[in-house]
Design a protein around this ligand. Structure first.
Ligand code: CP3
Length: 340
């Protein structure tokens, strides 16, 4: 019987020979799918994340429809913060919004440890059973990106308050990052202990930092998290992180996620040996004519030949307006073009 362990996805993560290049899409579950919109009708985003049956069904939808090589757990990076009791919500078209943003040392008291969360454990167990040989990717938001939502109170273009706190009060920053690392690691452990085959640590907004400051203020915390889940392959991804790819790999990733700005062969040079890469078709290209999508997919596959292992993905999440059939065609194309 085949198991997730023998899947093309986990083989690529481990830099072993693969039967074909595995594919999955960041944000593959979500608003691009009519079946997702139908199921979510009348249920708030964060509420749905705490309903194991809904989480299971939404996670399975893209696997059935696209034939991707891995499932990603349907949840959100702010779910562990909600689980510890913070007052926050996810506003459609905006993103996470925090009622009382983090401002002073007194706010540290609200960042308590994440205890067992039965809804998460049950959803992962159920999913692993239903997925059979298809691996489940667990995930969490990395401390910098979580800190940015907590400090800014919501999405921010320039992360100005976050940087003001990081550079202005390094001692408080370190305590905040340390608490968030504990929470993030606990959230990932819940998923891995319940059967997730791999994890992705999303540091979506860390690309706003120069490499030296990343190494000083962020990397030790992300490294502690990644070391805590070394029993499964670890993917680490951020947007606009071309300057940070090497250091993000050195934080302890097995697979470095690359956004659409850096060609994969150049990314491999920056990351160095001993790592697989994931990426990186520009998610807006799905709106281009079919021959262009095919040519750009082919270009990603060519550039990926420089890598010791390659997981095909978009260079950031699926946009809600994406035609799902285009994604199915990309999966088929990658599978056919790389079959060996
Ligand atoms: O990838 C998947 O399919 C798994 C599920 C997943 C979601 N969020 C579901 C979701 C994952 C992996 C995430 C991670 C996430 N959430 C990140 C890191 C990835 C990235 O995009 O860089 C971030 C920054 C968030 C925070 C967040 N949550 C944003 C910015 C938004 C979008 C708000 C909007 O409407 O534009 C969300 C909401 C969210 N998370 C949705 C989904 C399916 C949309 C909710 C809805 O259906 O209305």
């Amino acid at each position: 019987m085949s198991t997730p362990h023998d899947s093309a996805f986990l083989k690529a993560c481990r830099r072993e020979p693969v039967p074909h290049t595995p594919v999955w899409f960041m944000r593959q579950a979500g608003r691009a799918l009519p079946e997702y919109r139908a199921l979510r009708e009348g249920t708030a985003m964060l509420e749905s994340c705490f309903r194991p049956d809904m989480v299971t069904e939404i996670t399975l939808q893209p696997v059935r429809r696209f034939g991707v090589d891995a499932a990603i757990f349907f949840s959100d990076i702010v779910v562990p913060l909600k689980a510890i009791g913070l007052d926050l919500d996810i506003v459609a078209g905006v993103g996470p919004v925090v009622a009382k943003p983090f401002r002073t040392a007194a706010d540290l008291d609200r960042l308590v440890a994440l205890e067992a969360t039965p809804e998460i454990t049950q959803a992962v167990r159920q999913l692993v059973g239903e997925l059979g040989a298809t691996p489940l990717i667990g995930f969490a938001g990395a401390p910098f990106t979580l800190a940015s939502y907590l400090i800014e109170g919501g999405p921010s273009k320039d992360q100005r308050r976050t940087k003001a706190l990081m550079y202005g009060d390094p001692a408080l920053w370190s305590r905040l990052m340390s608490r968030l690392a504990d929470i993030t690691l606990a959230f990932l452990r819940l998923q891995v202990d319940a059967g997730a085959s791999a994890v992705q640590l999303f540091d979506s907004w860390v690309g706003v930092l120069p490499a030296a400051d990343y190494r000083e203020f962020v990397q030790p915390h992300s490294a502690r998290i990644l070391a805590g889940v070394a029993d499964v392959p670890r993917i680490h991804f951020g947007v606009g992180t071309g300057e940070l790819l090497h250091d993000m790999g050195q934080a302890g990733a097995d697979v470095v996620g690359v956004d659409f700005r850096v060609p994969l062969d150049e990314a491999v040079r920056r990351i160095g040996p001993g790592k697989a890469v994931q990426g990186n078709l520009d998610p807006t290209l799905v709106f281009a004519p079919t021959p262009v999508i095919r040519a750009m997919t082919e270009r990603v596959l060519q550039q990926a030949k420089a890598a010791e292992g390659h997981v095909f993905n978009l260079g950031h999440g699926v946009l809600p307006e994406t035609d799902p059939d285009v994604l199915t065609r990309i999966v088929d194309h990658v599978h056919e073009a790389t079959a060996r």
